[in-house]
Design a protein around this ligand. Structure first.
Ligand code: PMP
Ligand code: GLN
Length: 378
């Protein structure tokens, strides 16, 4: 039968992790921590299981977790979301994003994505029968180019998808850029999907500018986050969507038929753990120390460091080291040097190659040091 995604293969993250395992390379490719989450979080989940929280929870998520999420958004960004009608617990950000897209995109609708972008966005849009309109972020700086975004808007534009802190470039949107987007969308009925999974990884005193802070954006936005990133549990696959009631109602119509609901004990454990804000408030300093360790280790090497102001990624220019394209360089680096990385070209629709690769520094310091020892020889 005809493939629904004829151009899609196995994701670059799976491919590079498999290659890293095969060659016993230090895996700084796929983004996931190699250290454990807090024991208190595991204990809270175990306690929930032992207390008998093992059957279907309510479709949108357990009330205690939705309330904790609403409370957190209010405290951090000053916007009140009603936990009953405006917060939904999802099976990770991935399911949140595809569910939002399926809920709003009709066949033939256009959705603007900003290249480079996370690999699930475009296939999600295509599965909904929509057309992804790829608008490049400014080459070199990865800043949004509002003239280009504006020029891409047509009467068929249903939504725009943004991501800050940004995977893969490790840049964050400024408040001014968020306001520019707010102004640009003001005269339209274009919806916003704001992928904020790295919301708690911002460095050097910068603040995460959630779409929740901008009334004109919040009114049209599905704001997506992921406990996998925030609490070092990517394998648990629990995320959240905050959206105005009318959008949430449509979201839940799809959610109830693609996952129905999300595993119960994790939700109870997360709800208990969220009562104390300390773990996520400490995350910027925690990851900034890892970023700095990694950057200091590469200083003076032939890798040229790009800025890393948010997320758990560090991009480097490889042009002083090799003539290979990004994808071949990452293969070579994994096989011959023993460190896995991800080519930025994998995040572009046209495979644009700027000789930049991405490392993930969400690793134990000893893992980072082992990688640095190999990388500094180049
Ligand atoms: N969006 C971005 C930008 C990501 O980097 C990731 C992590 N892979 C996701 C969404 C998916 O998050 P989750 O693991 O919670 O599905
Ligand atoms: N978000 C992770 C990354 O960018 C990977 C998630 C996945 O493997 N799909 O590396």
């Amino acid at each position: 039968f005809p493939s629904k995604l004829p151009h899609v293969g196995t994701t670059i993250f799976t491919v590079m992790s498999a290659l890293a395992t095969e060659h016993k390379a230090v895996n700084l490719g796929q983004g996931f921590p190699d250290f454990e989450c807090a024991p208190e979080l595991v204990n809270a989940v175990t306690a929930a299981m032992q207390a008998g929280h093992n059957q279907y929870p309510p479709m949108p998520g357990i009330p205690a977790l939705r309330e904790a999420v609403a409370h957190k958004i209010q405290a951090l960004h000053g916007r009140a979301y009603n936990p009953n009608t405006e917060i939904t617990i999802t099976a990770g950000a991935t399911q949140a994003i595809i569910t939002a897209i399926l809920a709003i995109v009709h066949p033939g609708d256009e959705v603007i994505v900003l290249d480079p972008c996370y690999d699930s966005y475009v296939p999600n849009i295509e599965l909904a029968g929509g057309k992804a309109v790829r608008v490049p972020l400014t080459p070199g700086t990865f800043r949004p180019d509002f003239a280009k975004i504006s020029a891409a808007i047509t009467p068929r534009t249903r939504a725009i998808l943004i991501n800050s802190p940004h995977n893969p470039s490790a840049t964050i949107w400024t408040a001014e850029e968020m306001r520019q987007l707010e102004d640009l969308l003001a005269p339209t009925d274009i919806l916003l999907i704001s992928d904020e999974v790295y919301e708690h990884m911002v460095f050097d005193g910068a603040e995460h500018q959630s779409a929740a802070r901008f009334p004109g954006l919040a009114a049209r936005a599905f704001i997506v986050s992921s406990f996998g990133k925030t609490f070092h549990v990517t394998g648990w696959k629990v995320g959240t969507v905050a959206a105005p009631a009318a959008l949430t109602a449509e979201f839940r119509k799809v959610h109830q038929f693609n996952v129905f609901t999300v595993n119960t004990p994790m939700q109870h454990g997360l709800a208990a753990y969220l009562q104390d804000p300390t773990p996520y408030l400490q995350l910027p300093a925690f990851y900034q120390a890892k970023r700095d360790l990694f950057r200091e280790g590469l200083a003076g090497s032939r890798f040229k460091l790009l800025p890393s102001t948010g997320s758990y990624f560090q991009c480097v220019d490889i042009s002083a080291i090799s003539d290979l394209n990004e994808a071949d360089f990452c293969q070579w680096l994994t096989r011959e040097v023993g460190v896995a990385a991800i080519p930025l070209s994998a995040f572009y629709g046209d495979g644009f190659d700027q000789r930049v690769v991405r490392f993930c520094f969400a690793k134990k310091d000893e893992t980072l040091r082992a990688a640095l020892e190999r990388l500094r020889k180049l």
